[in-house]
Design a protein around this ligand. Structure first.
Ligand code: HEC
Ligand code: HEC
Length: 439
């Protein structure tokens, strides 16, 4: 393993271009070595990681290479919201000015605010508002007397900078999901996902998952990423993050002002970082490719093997969880990424949309996903989260602080599974939760 040029580390990179240039130089130097391909790969990944952690800055700058942040944005780097690839959390209403981690409020295209509230702005620009949440708590009691407190969230935007939201505007709060194992999920064959939807439809059970078909680049594709599976590829997901979260242009979202609407004239007219050297954009395809590569190779944080707890596996299936949280898949052939090819993986998700009922619904459709449709969340990696500090932020808006809370929010197609969970003897409930936390 070679030592990385100190200039390439994390936020110290002076410009992505020097990074890319020295990457290809290193790749050339390494061609003579027997492990060249592997070493070059791993160097690319480290550059991808550095770009994932890169703190972008406002235009204009002398180098042009790392600028173009905003004008309105949520965070300056991917890693701010996905620290070491982990998920985020909502603000804690009990802590003054707490913003949570990566917490964002999506909108259904408000005429002034656009598709997301940007909580930051470069100097001279007006922030859109501060996303917060308030909770109403209620108690659920199991037949054996044990209780769980559920908190019902209402997203709130404090200090709206550009007047009130339009009457028809719908808000949906989201926390960042964990981003480990994306490369393997990406390699589940699209036709296998379609076959799973057909199998569920034919089974006549309550779980009737649907593919979220989304049209990107004029092609109708199987959606996979995001809480509503609205992105067919990592590339598209990452490009949208640059646009909505960081305010930078990419081939897929070429507007340098990100999510600013025509009503936000100061933002539209601010200097931007598009540059002829970089495909006329702030973030050229090379940079997206390097970040994708880094994410693609981030191994799942959880188990790469079938669960060893046989009784737990059976309980998970008998309670009806496995109907949507499909334990395993086999990845397809991928000549470009042999390490991701033909592997049995255990994400515990069918990659399909399910209607989980009004309790989780947000009235914000995305692609073919309706307000109460969500993609079955892969459960691998929960072990690490749980080990870290015990406090979890589960579900799309982070409302659930424990696995039991997350299950109790399941409704709609998952109502029967939830009811079975509620009626389990206490020791089986604990066993099931332990099983999920071990994935
Ligand atoms: C402001 C915080 C924020 C920033 C900055 C951010 N993200 Fe995210 N990310 C999110 C949220 C929130 C979601 C979930 C969005 C949704 O599905 O509604 C998400 C989803 C994702 C997913 C999908 C994961 C899955 O399980 O399907 C990937 C991949 C991702 N982000 C990568 C990136 C990359 C790469 C960057 C930098 C270019 C980035 N993000 C920047 C908040 C952020
Ligand atoms: C009908 C399909 C379906 C069934 C059945 C189902 N789930 Fe889910 N599960 C989902 C969907 C969809 C989500 C995402 C919901 C959201 O984020 O709002 C989810 C989310 C979760 C989460 C939160 C994960 C995270 O990281 O945020 C956990 C934990 C979970 N399910 C466990 C279970 C368990 C345990 C069972 C069985 C008692 C079960 N689920 C049954 C579809 C299902």
């Amino acid at each position: 393993m070679q030592t990385l040029d100190p200039r390439l580390r994390g936020d110290d990179i002076s410009s992505w271009k020097s990074v890319v240039r020295s990457a290809s130089l290193t790749a050339l130097l390494l061609l003579a070595a027997p492990t060249a391909a592997h070493a070059a790969d791993s160097l690319d990944n480290r550059i991808g990681e550095a770009l994932f952690r890169r703190m972008w800055v406002a235009a204009p700058t002398a180098t042009q290479a790392a600028d173009g942040l905003g004008p309105l944005y949520n965070a300056r780097s991917c890693a701010t919201c996905h620290p070491r690839g982990a998920g985020g959390r909502p603000p804690d209403p009990a802590v003054k000015d707490d913003q949570g981690v990566g917490y964002a409020i999506k909108l259904n295209a408000d005429p002034v605010y656009g598709r997301q509230i940007q909580s930051n702005a470069i100097p001279g620009q007006l922030v859109e508002g501060r996303p917060r949440v308030t909770y109403r708590e209620k108690t659920v009691r199991f037949p054996d007397g044990e209780t769980v407190r559920l908190r019902h969230p209402t997203p709130v935007i404090e200090d709206l900078g550009y007047g009130p939201l339009a009457e028809a505007t719908v808000m949906s709060a989201r926390v960042p999901p964990r981003v480990h194992g994306m490369g393997l999920l990406d390699r589940i064959p699209a036709d296998a996902i379609e076959a799973e939807a057909a199998r569920q439809a034919a089974s006549g059970g309550p779980a009737a998952g649907r593919v979220n078909y989304v049209t990107v680049d004029g092609k109708r594709q199987v959606g996979r990423f995001g809480w509503k599976a609205m992105h067919p590829t990592l590339d598209h997901q990452d490009a949208e993050a640059f646009s909505l979260d960081i305010g930078m242009s990419t081939p897929a979202f070429p507007e340098p002002w990100g999510d600013c609407t025509p009503a936000q004239t100061a933002c539209r007219n601010a200097p931007h970082g598009d540059s002829k050297q970089f495909e006329g954009l702030e973030i050229p395809s090379t940079v997206i490719g390097l970040i994708d590569g880094y994410l693609r190779d981030l191994p799942p944080d959880g188990s790469l093997e079938a669960a060893k707890d046989k009784a737990g596996t059976a309980l998970f299936a008998d309670t009806g969880c496995a109907a949507c949280h499909r334990p395993s898949w086999r990845t397809g052939e991928d000549a470009e990424h042999p390490s991701l090819s033909n592997r049995d993986i255990f994400p515990h998700s069918d990659m399909l949309l399910h209607d989980l009922g009004p309790g989780l619904g947000d009235r914000l459709p995305m692609g073919e996903a309706n307000g109460s449709d969500w993609r079955t969340t892969p459960l691998w990696g929960l072990n690490r989260l749980a080990a870290k500090d015990g406090q979890l932020s589960l579900l799309h808006d982070g409302r659930a602080r424990s696995v039991a809370e997350a299950i109790l929010w399941h409704g709609g197609e998952a109502e029967a599974a939830k009811d079975r969970f509620k009626s389990l003897p206490g020791k089986d409930r604990k066993r099931l939760v332990r099983y999920v936390l071990g994935l």
